[in-house]
Design a protein around this ligand. Structure first.
Ligand code: DGJ
Length: 545
């Protein structure tokens, strides 16, 4: 057992203060000491970075555990008791966290506490008490992704913690012949180590390997532990899953994207021990597993590069066998996302599952967005419904939908006075009927002058001037089709319906989210979809000033 001079000094002080007669211990194992120390570090961070009722009691529990840890006479048994008491105290303190509603909005780049954009794609999460640590690909240098870590108590306000795995620095090949995709994070209770598993790849995806990195502290500089094909098997897109009994798994797309491989990991989470082939020949990637009760659910995608495709669900009661046939959930493009993680928010009143997906290439790789929305599992299905925003309460575990018309301009006097056309049964008036299931479709691609984009459009007379500061064009979200999605667009406004000014245009209309414009006022609005052979839209809104 290693004891530093500081630890011995602390032990002496602790014993003197307490004036206690210590039970005779055997000195204990290194492993148990490490374990208690890492939990102590987590508890101290928790106390330092939070301010809930009962903090003094919690601090006392930490001090007691520190004393046991520092006492050279403590054995494994004493340390185990101290660990359990510490965990209990952390839980009790956490229960005093006030229940606040947080509004999470999708569709824009997040910014961190430094005011810089959050770069953590293909994200993995770990929850330590009240704090989520998120790691993900830093794609700011597109093809040289390394790994950033951020922390947050509400998945909304993000603190940059560290570049935990850095190009050139952590591994000589990283940043030149190697890159990292989809890094995921474990905390191993028995070694006290934080362990990252990731896709450890060559630029042309020919290596097909997994990488393992470790650190003694959550936000430390991680060191390379190993890289290679797990059990000799080609491995790409990946995720991890920690079961309730502490068994850890690495799951990846294996054998040139043909099957999924579920690798059971060693107790220290560092090595694959054995593996099971799942969904042979189904060509699935981006797997994400969640457990509800005794049932496991997996979301996965097909392999279409960076382009979205439908999320599929499968479920089983035994991780290694019996997975149900895959079936589609959500819409045909998974609301322009691909699964990265599923977070289980367990609160005092409810449990909410949050889907975390990547909206890749939005429109370029570094601007890919991280999208979050609540999902729920029934016996054999998953309600997988995108929302551009929602409220969540991390203390109670509840979520609630947001009135999507909140903050939008009144549409009661609106009329469509002109449009490029409409398919029978899909009239243009559907864009402001408040019903997401009714949509406008125009299948007649009206060419303008030669060489110009085909155009589908509508003109709204709002009846009176509207003070707006942006708009939201809600795409169709039915399970059957995503045909007619608008990307190239233009929004023009006019005071008199004759003289028009463009207030927003671009080649990339962000998917189902808010588009800001300068705050202005106008009565007439002309929205055009350009270069589409057909156009569909569920709703059109103006964001009120
Ligand atoms: C889709 C995967 O899910 C991503 O992680 C990435 O590997 C891209 N394919 C590469 O085309």
């Amino acid at each position: 057992m290693r004891l530093s001079r500081n630890v011995i000094a602390a032990a002496t002080i602790a014993m003197a203060c307490q004036g206690a007669v210590w039970a005779l211990g055997n000195g204990g194992s290194d492993a148990q000491q490490k374990r208690l120390e890492s939990h102590l570090r987590i508890a101290r961070d928790f106390a330092t970075n939070s301010d809930y009722a009962g903090k003094e009691t919690f601090r006392k529990a930490i001090t007691l555990a520190e004393q046991v840890n520092a006492n050279p006479a403590s054995g494994d048994k004493e340390r185990q008791q101290a660990l359990e008491a510490l965990k209990k105290a952390s839980k009790e303190y956490l229960a005093n966290r006030p229940g606040e509603w947080v509004r999470i909005k999708n569709g824009k780049m997040w910014t961190d506490d430094r005011g810089r954009e959050v770069q953590a794609h293909g994200a993995g999460f770990i929850l330590l008490n009240d704090t989520y640590y998120m790691i993900g690909e830093d794609r700011s240098d597109k093809w040289r992704p390394d790994v950033n870590m951020y922390s947050s108590k509400d998945l909304k306000n993000w603190k940059f913690e560290n570049k935990i795995i850095a190009n050139e620095k952590t591994h000589p090949e990283l940043g030149s012949t190697r890159m990292i995709e989809r890094p995921k994070l474990f905390f191993n209770d028995s070694t006290g180590q934080f362990v990252v598993w990731c896709h450890w790849e060559a630029r042309d995806y020919s290596a097909s390997e997994a990488g393992v990195f470790v650190s003694d502290s959550v936000a430390g500089d991680y060191t390379f532990h190993s890289g290679g094909r797990p059990l000799g098997i080609k491995s790409r897109d990946c995720n991890i899953f920690l079961d309730d009994d502490g068994t850890a798994y690495f799951i990846s797309t294996i054998e040139e994207n043909t099957d999924l491989g579920l690798f059971r990991l060693s107790d220290d989470y560092l090595e694959p021990v054995d593996y099971t082939v799942l969904f042979p020949g189904d060509r699935r990637e981006a797997p994400a597993i969640a457990r509800k009760g005794d049932r496991y659910y997996m979301l996965s995608s097909a392999c279409t590069g960076w382009d979205p495709n439908p999320a599929n669900l499968s479920y089983t009661d035994t991780l290694t066998k019996g997975w149900s046939p895959l079936h589609k959930v959500g819409n045909p493009i998974a609301f322009d996302t691909q699964a990265a993680s599923i977070i289980k928010v367990e609160g005092s009143k409810d449990t909410t599952y949050l889907y975390i997906g990547d909206r890749w290439q939005d429109p370029n790789l570094p601007e890919s967005k991280t999208i979050i929305f609540p999902i729920s599992f029934t016996d054999t299905d998953c309600a997988f419904n995108y929302v551009p925003e929602f409220d969540i309460n991390f203390a109670t575990g509840e979520w609630r939908p947001v009135d999507l018309r909140e903050g939008m301009a009144d549409r009661s006097g609106w009329k469509v006075i002109e449009s490029s056309g409409e398919k029978a049964g899909n009239p243009v008036g559907n864009i402001f009927d408040g019903d997401l299931t009714t949509i406008w479709i125009d299948e007649a691609a009206t060419p303008t002058a030669e060489g110009e984009d085909a155009i589908q459009y509508f003109v709204i007379d709002a009846g009176k001037p509207v003070a707006y500061k942006g708009f939201r064009a809600t795409p169709r979200s039915d399970a059957g089709s995503s045909e007619g999605l608008v990307r190239k667009y233009r929004l023009e406004t006019s005071a008199d319906g004759k003289k028009w000014a463009t207030v927003s245009e671009g080649d990339w209309l962000p998917y189902w989210t808010y588009v800001d414009t300068d705050p202005e006022s106008a009565r007439y609005f002309r929205f055009s979809s350009l270069g589409n052979h057909s156009t569909s839209l569920a709703e059109f809104d103006l964001i009120a000033q």
